[in-house]
Design a protein around this ligand. Structure first.
Ligand code: NAD
Length: 410
């Protein structure tokens, strides 16, 4: 009796269980299982992903893995999937920090390669030597203020040309999935009192050179999928907070200032709104997309946790036991976006939801601050570089009257 005939006779659940058994016993391969299941690629991956991924060799190249979100991703994946190999590929710019990996660098399935994502031959060698099956790209120049007050050339090189180089590497080698991390900033901003949420297919209206360079990378991903069927997924996430963030960004920057006894520099009236997501929720979403995301698709990732910069500043001051006399108001950042808010229904439909929801934000912020306070060796290593961070703010006019703006979260 043929397997197809048997499957017609039993209900769907039993069919899938039978297919699992047949796969387990190696009596059929994955392609045959998919044909017999009658499922398309996406639903087959979705329903059989645990089975497939448990038994396959997953070697992930994590570009920009020595930065804030990349480090959190690597820690999470090594803990959750001890059978996967993680290769961190990072240029180690000022924002890359090998101290982020001290707790994992002894693991046999963790490797570090110093390299630049605009270097195609190097990428190709690493992909072949390490037998890479998946790539996730966090590598970027990320500080909006630097793209405004400094030369934005490096932003274009890494954020746009770097994305194109990775797409070429994926096209030339056999990579199952490439996840490109973008940002909600490509969509521009909305009015403070608007209720608008950005959706995956909204127009790009970037305000800063940083966001424009990211938008260039995203468009290339969409074009490579359309033209070459490159298996790429693009994500647009909102503002992250959590451990390992380089202290030029608002939360650790303010904390470092307060630890040193300095005032925190606030740009303007602090009304600017960001949807704050805990970095652990972001990496959980990326884990899901790595296994169940559909190539060619774009996913927004947000927490529905809109907070004004002033609200966050007040919460930080409260947690560390300071009052508003610790704020100094400085002139606005040029082109400062007012409000970002995104609709993340699409990824929620795949089964993801933030664990640090809006009502847990204060808890998440408190835990984050405690992490920095409890990891003095990590902080001390960066302590001497504080003066290099956001140096242009010192030349901004200090305002004693009505506040105008606040240092932004990214
Ligand atoms: N931090 C946020 O709130 C946030 C929100 C949404 C999206 N994103 C995106 O997530 C990604 C990671 O952000 P992050 O905050 O972790 O950044 P980060 O600045 O902390 O880390 C960036 C990492 O990329 C590396 N890098 C830079 N140029 C490189 C190059 N040419 N080749 C190889 N490595 C290079 C750096 O050394 C660093 O380790 C970025 O693409 C960013 O646009 C960040």
């Amino acid at each position: 009796m043929g397997i197809g005939f048997m499957l017609n006779k039993i209900d769907l659940n039993n069919s899938f269980n039978l297919l699992r058994n047949l796969l387990e016993q190696k009596r059929i391969n994955q392609n045959e299982a998919q044909v017999l299941s009658g499922l398309d690629d996406f639903n087959f991956q979705k329903l059989f992903s645990d089975f497939i991924y448990e038994r396959r060799k997953i070697n992930i190249l994590v570009c920009g893995g020595a930065g804030f979100i990349g480090s959190n991703f690597i820690h999470y994946m090594l803990e959750k999937y001890p059978g996967y190999k993680i290769v961190c590929f990072d240029k180690l710019t000022y924002a890359g920090n090998r101290n982020n990996h001290l707790a994992i660098e002894h693991l046999p399935n963790y490797h570090f390669v110093q390299g630049d994502i605009t270097d195609l031959p190097h990428l190709q060698n690493v992909i072949s030597e390490q037998q890479i099956s998946h790539i996730i790209n966090f590598a970027a120049e990320t500080h909006v203020d630097r793209s405004i007050h400094g030369d934005s050339k490096d932003f274009v090189l890494t954020n746009t040309l770097g994305a194109q180089t990775l797409l070429e590497a994926v096209r030339k080698q056999k990579i199952e999935k490439f996840i490109h991390i973008s940002t909600d900033e490509v969509f521009g901003d909305t009015d403070f009192d608007s209720k608008e949420l950005f959706s995956e297919n909204d127009l790009f209206k970037p305000s800063s050179p940083y966001a424009a360079a990211k938008a260039g990378g995203d468009l290339l991903c969409r074009a490579y999928f359309r033209t070459h069927k490159t298996p790429v997924i693009v994500t647009h996430c909102s503002n992250n907070y959590g451990p390992f963030q380089f202290p030029e960004k608002m939360i650790p920057f303010f904390l470092f200032k307060l630890m040193k006894g300095d005032k925190v520099p606030v740009y303007g009236d602090g009304r600017n709104i960001r949807d704050m997501i805990h970095v652990r929720d972001h990496v959980r979403a990326l884990d899901l997309l790595l296994h169940k995301g559909k190539p060619g698709e774009v996913y927004n990732i947000g927490s529905d946790n809109e907070r004004s910069n002033m609200e966050i500043t007040r919460m930080i001051l409260k947690i560390v036991g300071k009052d508003e006399s610790a704020i100094k108001y400085v002139t606005d950042r040029p082109g400062h976006d007012r409000r970002y808010a995104i609709n993340s229904e699409k990824i929620r439909a795949l089964g993801w939801a933030p664990e640090y929801t809006s009502e847990h934000f204060e808890k998440g912020l408190r835990e984050t601050i405690e992490w920095y306070l409890n990891n003095r060796a990590w902080v001390d290593d960066l302590w001497s570089r504080q003066n290099e961070m956001n140096g242009w703010m010192d030349s901004f006019a200090e305002r004693s009257a009505k506040p105008l703006f606040i240092t932004d979260q990214k």
